[in-house]
Design a protein around this ligand. Structure first.
Ligand code: BTN
Length: 256
């Protein structure tokens, strides 16, 4: 597989709805923001996707930024409308998307894992990030904007803990094909998810970075050693500290 890192303008995924309707932008601030804007002004079909070759103000989790080299990576957002999922179950969307990415990447090379809550890692370095923004009205998840950044053909990074597929696989990847494959994988999983979303507990857990190992963490109470036991239904990290089981929300604990 190869491409010469030109624009990525047309996709033809073999799906029923994910990625069938899409908007390509040669540049935009953030595909999540763009899609949220479109959704606020008109009705668009579930599965609609926005992608760009140059995202100049990408947003990450917890107010962070997502900075990547233009024309060599994947930055895109799509919308799902899981109205049947309760707001208290919204973390399952994170499980669905993380598992879909992991399955796709592990089909290229084994060893991709999800670092809680939804960073995609390979050998201790981040390769992809997910930003999910849900809209909830009257106890329904009316729309879920799922934004994904995958470091594909970028070779150099400012930060130590980032890596890309080209470095891991030692080959230039076709971004169009990768995006189409992701749409196909996500759609197949979403159809399963609709009938049995709880089955994604196991799939997520099986791919969870550092699960079952003792590592250092830090919370407001200081540094401590703990074992990751799992992730609760609402997305809290379950840690075993000595013999006690404690659940932490996203901003309450960091990995050291
Ligand atoms: C993170 O790891 O902090 C999440 C990064 C998510 C980045 C993607 S790139 C496409 C979409 N648009 C954005 O502005 N952010 C997401």
């Amino acid at each position: 597989m190869s491409e010469n890192n030109t624009f990525l303008t047309i996709i033809t995924p073999n799906t029923l709805f994910i990625g069938k309707n899409y908007i390509y932008l040669d540049k935009c601030a953030s595909t999540n923001s763009y899609l949220l804007d479109v959704l606020s002004s008109r009705n668009i079909a579930e599965g609609s996707l926005v992608f760009t070759d140059y995202q100049f103000s990408g947003r990450g989790q917890q107010g962070n930024t997502w900075l990547v080299e233009p024309n060599v990576n994947l930055t895109f957002s799509l919308v799902l409308m899981p109205k049947w999922l309760k707001p208290t179950e919204q973390f399952y969307l994170t499980k669905l998307v993380s598992v879909s990415l992991i399955q796709l990447l592990n089909s290229k090379k084994n060893g991709f894992e999800v670092k809680w809550p939804n960073d995609i890692y390979f050998e201790g370095k981040k390769v992809a990030g997910i930003l999910i923004e849900n809209s909830i009205q009257k106890s329904e998840i009316t729309q879920s904007v799922i934004g994904i950044g995958i470091n594909v053909n970028q070779k150099d990074f400012q930060i130590d803990k980032a890596d890309s597929l080209i470095n891991i696989l030692d080959s230039n990847l076709d971004r169009k094909k990768l995006l189409e494959e992701f749409c196909e994988r996500l759609e197949a999983n979403y159809l399963k998810f609709k009938s049995d979303f709880k089955s994604f507990d196991r799939l997520y857990l099986d791919n969870l970075y550092r699960r079952g190992e003792i590592h250092w963490f830090e919370s407001n109470d200081g540094k401590f050693e703990a074992e990751i036991i799992g992730v609760s239904n609402i997305g809290k990290l379950k840690l075993k500290i000595k013999d006690e089981l404690i659940e932490y929300a996203m901003k309450e604990v960091v990995f050291l």
